[in-house]
Design a protein around this ligand. Structure first.
Ligand code: ARG
Length: 255
């Protein structure tokens, strides 16, 4: 709670913060939802995980191997592994599937809490995931994969579903278009090479979707990071750019 308050205060000017332990208290008032999206089934998004802190919904994450997952660094920042667990194989945020303890956090050394540069963490879990219909890894892109401006990508999560709204129980997803880096930087002014932006009219990821996967051609190309409001036409959603972080992943866990 304190960490999260701190994080929200630090980031208040950017109007970004994760849900932390008290979504009701700390959810910003200006957010939307996995805006404009629709319900999704875990069988179609089998890499999607719920990241929980002290058994409460915190963020999304994505399976990349039998015992590794990727999330946003701002979702693990300041957390002890022992407080974190993930739920795999369920479309419902608070029930079903399997629970796995986080045993180690590899937070990107370049992560910057002020501007959310390098917003990626790899987490190790135990017991390992049992792959099946609703539990599968998502492939990582090569570092030179071309994620073209204007191309489509699919983001999923349990983030809020209406302005200042409630958190949905059921997984949702929405398709977005990758947008030009300079255009995005014109909106925010601090977009770095480890970030990538996506938007679509009336559609966006939102509070609670952080750490979750943005997927193109079966590859994890982005991780939900931040945005000013949600689905505000002036402000695209910002994602950690996995291709730019690919070499670090390789170096850190050999994957
Ligand atoms: N920071 C938010 C979280 O922790 C994600 C916000 C994404 N916002 C957006 N407009 N795409 O859940």
């Amino acid at each position: 709670m304190k960490d999260n308050m701190f994080r929200c205060l630090l980031l208040a000017s950017l109007v970004v913060c994760s849900l932390g332990h008290s979504p009701k208290l700390w959810r910003p008032r200006f957010n939307g939802k996995i805006v404009g999206g629709e319900q999704a089934n875990i069988e179609d998004y089998p890499y999607q995980l719920v990241l929980r802190r002290s058994n409460a919904f915190e963020c999304g994450a994505a399976i990349i191997s039998e015992n590794l997952a990727i999330t946003a660094a701002h979702c693990t920042d300041g957390a002890k592994p022992s407080y974190l667990t993930v739920r795999a194989g369920s479309s419902i945020v608070n029930s079903g599937g399997s629970i796995h303890q986080v045993t180690k956090i590899h937070q990107h050394p370049g992560f910057d809490i002020y501007v959310l540069d390098g917003d990626i963490s790899i987490i190790e879990v135990s017991p390992p995931f049992e792959f099946g219909r609703g539990v599968q890894p998502i492939a990582l892109p090569d570092s030179d994969m071309d994620v073209a401006v204007g191309s489509s990508a699919d983001v999923s999560g349990w983030g809020t579903t209406s302005d200042d709204g409630y958190l949905p129980d059921h997984l949702r997803h929405v398709f977005l278009q990758i947008i030009d880096q300079d255009e995005c930087n014109q909106a925010y002014g601090y977009i770095t090479d480890t970030m990538m932006c996506a938007k679509a009219p009336g559609k966006d990821s939102c509070q609670g979707d952080s750490g979750g996967p943005l997927v193109q051609d079966g590859k994890l190309v982005g991780i939900v990071s931040f945005g000013q409001g949600c689905a505000d036409p002036r402000y695209p959603g910002v994602y950690a750019r996995v291709t730019a972080l690919r070499d670090w992943i390789k170096q850190e866990v050999g994957l």
